[in-house]
Design a protein around this ligand. Structure first.
Ligand code: HEC
Length: 103
């Protein structure tokens, strides 16, 4: 009985871990003004050196932004862009760019 409860709690925790990335796209749009200079206002970049973000998977964007912030992924351009972002900012930005059309 106790084991079943534990399994249930673990399953619930796993569910939360997945949905925890659900950011607010509208809030992300407002925060994306600084990103627009390079990645474009909707995440479609006009420069071959700057990647498109539009339509990318939300969880992947969160992971990459955190990787830049933590220094796991190093890029001299991106590091200062994300240094001051909170987890909520990152979730919102990722939700915004993921919701955009990549054309
Ligand atoms: C001055 C230009 C510039 C600005 C401004 C900028 N970026 Fe970037 N961004 C880049 C470049 C260049 C790369 C590619 C880095 C590399 O080669 O690893 C990149 C990569 C990324 C990636 C990884 C994409 C992938 O496919 O792995 C994400 C996510 C990202 N930027 C998000 C943002 C966000 C969010 C902002 C605003 C807070 C932002 N960037 C502002 C230049 C910029």
């Amino acid at each position: 009985m106790q084991k079943q409860i534990l399994v249930g709690v673990a399953a619930l925790a796993a569910l939360f871990a997945v949905s925890a990335h659900a950011g607010d796209a509208a809030a992300g749009k407002a925060k994306a003004a600084t990103c627009a200079a390079c990645h474009g206002p909707t995440g479609v970049s006009g420069n071959p050196l700057w990647p498109n973000l539009a339509g990318q998977k939300e969880a992947y964007l969160v992971k990459q932004i955190k990787a830049f912030k933590d220094g796991v992924r190093t890029d001299p351009t991106m590091a200062p862009m994300v240094a001051a972002l909170s987890d909520k900012d990152i979730d919102d930005l990722a939700a915004f760019f993921a919701s955009q059309d990549c054309k």
